[in-house]
Design a protein around this ligand. Structure first.
Ligand code: NDP
Length: 326
């Protein structure tokens, strides 16, 4: 709709500012994909299972988190992971290590944790990013694959690529869970993922292209060298942004009726304060899309919920292995 001055009004402007809808046009108010609510449900389902396992093994399942340096965002993520673990009955212990540590020292610490030298470690997580001078790959490779609850070890990445996943990277698993929970059909749909990182874009592409529920999609992966990004995103039935550029995905890049998942977490300053935004320009995109996940409150809480599920599975598998060894 165009104003007397030629300004283009969106459906949302008319609804919110002027209090009426555009006559004769279908109003699109996207469903808000509430990751917090779904994460709560997952936690509620998990808590009794953790309690039963605790009784079986005579201790609480335990997650060891390795936190290097004092990056505020990392510390805050670790804090919320530990709080969520506590809510379901998992012990989370944080190993805080000085920024000045070396790759060799970190590798040896992670290996020692993996040998249970610092108490039973059912799940081990190295909080990223690591300082630039540390070889992150070497550190992640030191996590034993059967405790690798982040799913970053090459063994787990390889298993996922072969369609026999063990530990799936938490954010990718969270996105798939969100789609399944919302009843979004992926089979035969075109899913476009913007971002090809080892921790989000790539594992998500594998998941959505895998056989079975939550999969069977035709997947396109875009990155910083994609020359015609808008042309590709406009073809997406399911569009996932995992880039790290505030509000990169604008309404004109979204096909009407698409499902849009925003993985991005970006802190932007707002005068004297700052706030979190995603990679998706939420309000205008919500006028076009069928469903959109918000930031915060979308994929973030599900990433944590998937970490809890992985840690529970790791503890359960460890129990099974110990029974078989007896
Ligand atoms: P990376 O920086 O590892 O990857 C970003 C990807 O975006 C790269 O593949 C890069 O391409 C691509 N890219 C960069 N610029 C463009 C562009 N202009 N057009 C298209 N693609 C582009 O980031 P992560 O995957 O680790 O994280 C992505 C975002 O998700 C971040 O905001 C991060 O904070 C957030 N995140 C959120 C989580 C959650 O729980 N919600 C968990 C993990 C991350 P190239 O490969 O060519 O460099």
């Amino acid at each position: 709709m165009t104003s007397a001055h030629g300004a283009l009004y969106t459906h949302k402007d008319c609804r919110e500012v002027f209090g009426y809808s555009i006559p004769g046009e279908t109003e699109m108010t996207a469903q808000r994909l509430d990751g917090r609510k779904l994460a709560k449900t997952i936690e509620n389902d998990l808590a009794p299972k953790v309690a039963a396992l605790t009784r079986e093994i005579g201790r609480t399942p335990r997650l060891v988190v390795v936190l290097v340096g004092d990056v505020a965002a990392s510390a805050s993520y670790v804090k919320s992971k530990a709080a969520a673990a506590k809510r379901v009955g998992i012990t989370a212990d944080v190993f805080s290590i000085q920024e000045s540590t070396t790759t060799a020292e970190l590798v040896s610490t992670v290996e020692a944790i993996g040998r249970d030298e610092h108490g039973p470690a059912d799940g081990i997580l190295v909080q990223l990013p690591l300082p630039d001078h540390v070889d992150a790959r070497a550190v992640l490779d030191a996590v034993p694959p059967d405790r690798d609850v982040d799913g970053f070890h090459p063994v787990n990445a390889g298993l996922l690529s072969q369609g026999r996943p063990h530990f799936i990277p938490c954010t990718a698993a969270g996105v798939q869970k969100m789609l399944l929970d919302a009843g979004v059909k992926t089979r035969g749909k075109h899913a476009v993922i913007v971002g090809r990182s080892d921790i989000v874009g790539k594992p998500l592409a594998l998941l959505l292209a895998s056989r079975g529920p939550g999969g069977d999609a035709t997947v396109s992966v875009c990155h910083s060298h994609t020359s015609n990004l808008k042309e590709v995103t406009q073809q997406a039935d399911i569009l996932i942004a995992a880039v790290g550029i505030p509000q990169l995905i604008t309404a004109d890049m979204v096909k009407p009726g698409a499902v849009v998942i925003d993985v991005g977490i970006n802190r932007i300053s707002d005068g004297d304060t700052s706030r979190l935004v995603g990679d998706v320009d939420y309000d205008p995109v919500a006028d076009v899309a069928e469903a959109v996940s918000p930031v915060p409150g979308g994929v973030g809480p599900l990433t944590v919920a998937m970490l809890l599920e992985n840690t529970f599975s790791a503890a359960k598998e460890r129990k099974k292995r110990s029974v078989m060894a007896e």
